[in-house]
Write a new protein. Structure first.
Length: 358
């Protein structure tokens, strides 16, 4: 674990109410809570001192554009108050991402040095989308009722998780849902406590599935897959003309990368853009486009299929979607910046039938 005060902090001890919870040391929990609070407070302290990267990580600005411009104006590669070397310069960022002396910061404890990148198979997601929309009804939360269960169900099928374990798989994914953002932004204690037990469940389920990727790729795919589904639906106009699903997903992808920051670690001394970076130091590349981080590559085709399949299912039954309340973005999520709640009301297409209706 990094000694940087703003580095992520995770707990792998069991949570209260699960097997082994009696082994949780209250002093350890208190110490973890203090570390998380202190790390998040450190970000705010540097934000108040004018550090634009710290302000990005505090994640309270609805439009991060001005902060990114301040990061860029600070120089091609500079040391931030929270610790990491930071760049928003496209050329310097590309050089760091391709440099043999850098590597991506691990997403989860015990993550392999080279995460799975072989594309997962893409199952037929039409029936799953139809069942989720049937269950959601005319008024639903796009994230909680559709996007997140769609991502969990799609990944369970792609990873060959037994059907009777799909519920446990989805719960474990949900409890690991903040892992991507926790790499750069300390999370709340209750959230951090759930990650360790959930990771154990994922390792067990994926370890029994031949050819399944490592948990980090699955966790990252679930979070960014649900985000892409939500962004695609919010950017779609129903009724959707035939053959426009792929173009609508393309438009959602063009609005921004699935992750906005690439956290790196220097594995060797590096000299670049006038900076001397020592082995072991952390770096942050602010992303606009370009290749996805390795942890996202295994699920890229599946994430796209989620969004296209749901658009097709929506187009089959609805002529429009309208918000019933303002959308709410996830807190402490500077890397993914995805929605937490999107309440919608659907207008049914004439003659539209639910799955199973005659």
């Amino acid at each position: 674990m990094s000694t940087d005060p703003a580095a992520p902090t995770a707990l792998t001890a069991p949570e209260d109410g699960v097997d082994g919870a009696d082994r949780v040391d209250p002093a350890e929990l208190a110490e973890l809570g203090e570390r998380l609070q202190r790390a998040y407070g450190t970000l705010w302290l540097h934000r108040l001192k004018g550090d634009p990267y710290a302000a990005l990580l505090c994640d309270v600005d609805e439009d991060p554009g001005p902060l990114k411009e301040r990061v860029r104006a600070a120089g091609p590669l500079w040391r931030s108050g929270p610790g990491p070397w930071v760049t928003a310069d496209p050329a310097v960022g590309a050089a760091l991402l391709a440099h043999p002396g850098t590597g991506h910061e691990p997403l989860l404890p015990g993550e392999p040095a080279r995460p799975s990148t072989a594309p997962l198979p893409v199952p037929d997601l039409g029936p799953l989308c139809a069942r989720l929309l049937d269950a959601a009804g005319a008024e639903f939360d796009l994230v909680a009722d559709v996007a997140e269960p769609l991502a969990a169900g799609a990944l369970a099928r792609a990873c060959a998780v037994p059907e009777d374990e799909h519920g446990r798989f989805a719960e474990a994914l949900a409890d690991c849902g903040t892992a991507l953002d926790a790499v750069v932004c300390p999370q709340r204690l209750a959230t951090a406590r759930r990650t360790g037990p959930a990771l154990d469940v994922l390792r067990s389920l994926l370890g029994a599935a031949p050819g399944a990727p490592d948990p980090a790729a699955v966790v990252a795919g679930a979070r960014t897959g649900a985000d892409l589904v939500a962004r695609t639906v919010l950017g779609a106009r129903l009724p959707l003309p035939a053959g426009r699903a792929a173009a609508t997903v393309d438009r959602a992808l063009d609005t921004g990368p699935p992750v906005r920051i690439a956290p790196l670690v220097a594995h060797a001394d590096i000299e670049l853009a006038g900076a001397r970076i020592a082995a072991g130091e952390r770096l942050a590349v602010l992303l606009d486009d370009g290749p996805e981080p390795p942890v996202l590559r295994a699920t890229a085709p599946l994430r796209r299929a989620m969004a296209e399949s749901l658009l097709a299912a929506l187009a089959d039954r609805y002529t429009g979607l309208s918000p019933t309340a303002p959308a709410v973005r996830r807190p402490r999520a500077p890397l993914t910046r995805g929605p937490a709640r999107v309440p919608l009301r659907a207008t049914a297409a004439p003659g539209a039938r639910r799955t199973g209706e005659r």
